[in-house]
Design a protein around this ligand. Structure first.
Ligand SMILES: Cc1ncc(COP(=O)(O)O)c(C=O)c1O
Length: 398
């Protein structure tokens, strides 16, 4: 069973059909490049949906995983383990927050944020349990996370939960109007990822932070996609001059090994007392050894600054493409989280045709491509990817 047709056939018979996949079976990766079952090479500008931060098979990560696997993979939180507390210490050092609890995914981290905010409301704000979040925001696929997310299609078939209010993104007045004495938290992505790489006004988060302080409401930032240097600073909140009360992380933290984390200020973290929260796999030695290796590498090599520089290069290249191809209506992004918007719904066609040119891209919206290569992408690979994308636009007559 080595051809994509064989794999597609088997997958269609044995797996839940929950999404559409590109007709490619990937078997190997190195740096920014991946190879399929036919040996065809692709430049990976999806990076496992902004996850593979150090690129594929980075020696630092491979060595950390192999060493930890030989030593100890899992013990549960009934005992202490070394990589878990090391990664927590490093996260506390590089963030504005005080304490960490590990999770296994982004959605789970958001679930924990929602629980923690509600426990705070229960203890400190007369039982306040409402959470205001943004339309076209995305926080994952668990039941609470879909209720906080801003896409009706993701939640309506599953039964709406009380206590979630959606308002337009980048609109402080809408948050103010939706606030009631029952509001315990405002939950936002600093830059909306799945919603289309939507960047708010420079002062939006500061105004939200000020409103939270005035009203005694928690600010919860979902940095699952924007965190861990993806947007050119370790966390996107740094670019907006705010510190959240609670933050969720996942995706790029362990470079591809599943992990999530919730961080909080000391007095908020104290709301969780023994018995309130837990998870069998949470912070297991394998995942946290991977996370520690990735984060330490990013910090030691100041990859955030590199991401900022490369992001500017990528956007400049994409803008020159925009000058030559009228179908591109906007290029936007921060660091290596970028989007190309078209004047028509051609993103799926472009992503599909890009496969032929050896380029992996993600059609995020019908008219928007997301471009999110590994943080370690080289200048030459950026140039090469944009050249390949231009060949696709020429080929489809755009
Ligand atoms: C901002 C944000 N939050 C949460 C999630 C959910 O993460 P996961 O898919 O790991 O559950 C995602 C995933 O795309 C995300 O982009």
């Amino acid at each position: 069973m080595t051809t994509t047709t064989d794999i597609q056939d088997l997958e269609s018979r044995v797996m839940f059909q929950t999404g559409r996949r590109a007709p490619v079976t990937l078997v190997r990766g190195e740096g920014t490049r991946v190879w399929d079952t036919d040996g065809k090479e692709y430049l990976d500008f999806v990076a496992g949906i902004a996850v593979v931060s150090l690129g594929h098979a980075h020696p630092v990560l491979v060595e950390a995983i192999a060493k930890q696997a030989e030593q100890l993979i899992h013990v549960s939180n009934l005992f202490y383990s070394v990589p878990q507390v090391q990664l927590a210490e490093l996260l506390v050092q590089v963030s504005c927050l005080d304490r960490v609890y590990f999770q296994n995914s982004g959605a789970e981290a958001l679930e924990a944020c929602i629980k923690l905010a509600r426990k705070w409301g229960h203890e400190k704000k007369d039982g306040a349990d409402e959470i205001i979040s943004a339309q076209s925001g995305f926080h994952g696929r668990t039941l609470a996370a879909i209720n906080a997310s801003g896409t009706p299609r993701y939640k309506e078939p599953f039964g709406l939960l009380p206590g979630f209010v959606n308002v337009p993104f980048d609109d402080v007045e809408a948050i103010k109007a939706a606030t009631t004495p029952k509001t315990c938290a405002i939950l936002l992505e600093p830059i909306q990822g799945e919603g289309g790489v939507n960047i708010p006004a420079e002062d939006y988060l500061q105004k939200v932070r000020a409103w939270c302080d005035e009203q005694d409401i928690l600010l919860v930032l979902d940095e699952v996609q924007t965190g861990i240097a993806r947007t050119g600073t370790m966390f996107a909140y740094e670019q907006y001059g705010v510190c959240p009360d609670i933050m969720a992380l996942a995706k790029g933290l362990a470079g591809g090994v599943p992990i999530g984390a919730i961080l909080a200020k000391e007095e908020i973290a104290a709301m969780f007392v023994p018995g309130d929260h837990g998870s069998t796999f949470s912070g297991n030695p394998l995942a946290t050894a991977a996370g520690y290796a990735v984060l330490k590498h990013i910090v030691d090599n100041d990859l955030a600054a590199e991401v900022k520089r490369k992001g500017e290069q990528l956007q400049a290249k994409l803008r020159s493409l925009e000058d030559r191809h009228g179908t591109i209506s906007e290029v936007r992004g921060r660091g290596l989280l970028c989007a190309v918007q078209f004047d028509a719904d051609i993103a799926e066609q472009v992503a599909r045709e890009s496969l032929g040119e050896g380029l992996l891209l993600n059609n995020l919206r019908p008219n928007v491509l997301r471009i999110a290569p590994p943080l370690t992408v080289s200048d030459e690979e950026i140039d090469e990817a944009v050249e390949r994308l231009e060949r696709v636009l020429v080929k489809i007559g755009k």
